[in-house]
Design a protein around this ligand. Structure first.
Ligand code: DNO
Ligand code: MN
Length: 361
């Protein structure tokens, strides 16, 4: 596996490339042009600028998270072709700059959804929290809560301009069922995957977070069966997965190690994060240590290791520690994610050793 770190860019992240350089084992910076809204053209010079900066610090910039998909594509509107053409243009430009994997999602309206960005844990740290009952309220209220919590940072999927038009957006999704959304996703993939094959860029869809429908909106990447249905839409290795344990984890019926073992050939990017699920269905993000939550991170890593996984992996969200929430993006502080990296490397190195010892016996 290749260890990676999501970085929001110069001046847009409290963490610098110089900080990231000091985390052991770090090879890849996961980046994006975060000022671009879905459907906007990405200029070649801007791409080169970021890639040059990343390389100047000794990393590669192989993974982009995300190139966001315009709502018209998800809705299947006639204007989708124009936006798909722009998407294809971006894939070609990213390929020319050396990018290997593009992470994206197909969640209607919202990206990951939480009801509280700073819920205190018993040890005094705080983390992203999802309260099941709070979500039945007005989505506008939810959006305001998130925007307020994010402070000076704009969060992908929660852009204030989009949130201002929330009622309109919700209206346009009326009547969009799971089947229709799958159909629109298939249309998108059938148009882009030939370019991905030609330009050697792998697409990696991110699961829906949380893994169930919210506010009456369908969510289609949320279980083993949904993933299977997705992979069958376009049966090419270039149409693959970002397997996010924190997104699938809140549904305890999702056997994540089994999903990894079944679909490892199509997983290009692994997001690893732990969640603690409460009896009433609420959940909170916790440390990467398996024992701290409901995701057995050891078994997750073992499933990858047993299958010789060589893709990219990153710590996903982390808790906010030692007061860092005052100046970091929600879920994207330095300390907990850095400890998560060390936990994962520790498990991985041990698995390597066990394997070597076994081979020598
Ligand atoms: C949380 C994050 C997501 C992810 C997007 C990809 O799990 O990994 O916000 O970046 O859904 O498009
Ligand atoms: Mn994720």
């Amino acid at each position: 596996m290749k260890m990676s770190w999501r970085w929001y860019g110069e001046g847009n992240d409290s963490i610098t490339l110089d900080h990231i350089r000091q985390i052991p084992g770090m090879e890849t910076i996961v980046w994006s042009l975060h000022d671009k809204v879905a459907g906007e053209v990405w200029e070649e010079e801007r791409i080169k600028e970021v890639m040059d900066l990343i390389k100047s610090k000794g990393f590669n910039g192989d993974v982009v998270e995300s190139v966001n998909v315009h709502d018209d594509i998800k809705l299947g509107l006639p204007s989708r072709d124009k936006y798909i053409d722009i998407y294809i243009d971006t894939i070609k430009k990213l390929s020319r700059a050396g990018v290997k994997v593009i992470c994206y999602n197909f969640m209607p309206v919202f990206d990951w959804t939480r009801t509280d960005l700073y819920k205190e844990l018993p040890d005094g740290s705080n983390a992203l929290f999802y309260e099941k009952d709070a979500i039945t309220h007005d989505p506008n209220e939810m959006a305001q809560r998130i925007l307020k919590g994010a402070g000076k940072f704009t969060m992908p999927g929660w852009e204030p301009e989009r949130m201002a038009k929330l009622d309109e957006l919700f209206k346009s999704y009326e009547g969009i069922t799971e089947d229709i959304l799958f159909g629109n996703l298939q249309y998108f993939l059938e148009r882009i995957i030939p370019t991905c094959e030609e330009y050697d860029v792998k697409m990696a869809i991110h699961p829906d977070d949380p893994p169930w429908p919210i506010f009456g909106l369908p969510r289609i990447i949320r279980s083993r069966d949904h993933i299977k249905r997705f992979l069958d839409l376009v049966d090419s290795p270039y149409s693959g997965l970002t397997l996010c344990t924190g997104s699938l984890g809140p549904n305890l019926l999702n056997d994540i190690p089994a999903i990894i073992r079944e679909f490892h050939n199509r997983i290009h990017f692994a997001h690893i994060r732990n969640v603690k699920v409460f009896e009433n269905g609420d959940f909170i993000e916790v440390s990467h240590r398996g024992k701290d939550g409901n995701v057995d991170v050891y078994e997750v890593l073992k499933a990858y290791h047993d299958n010789g996984f060589t893709g990219y992996v990153r710590p996903d969200h982390g808790r906010h520690l030692w007061g860092e929430e005052k100046d970091c993006r929600p879920g994207y502080g330095l300390y907990d994610r850095a400890m998560g990296v060390m936990y994962m490397l520790g498990v991985w190195d041990s698995l390597d050793k066990f394997k070597a010892e076994k081979a020598n016996q």
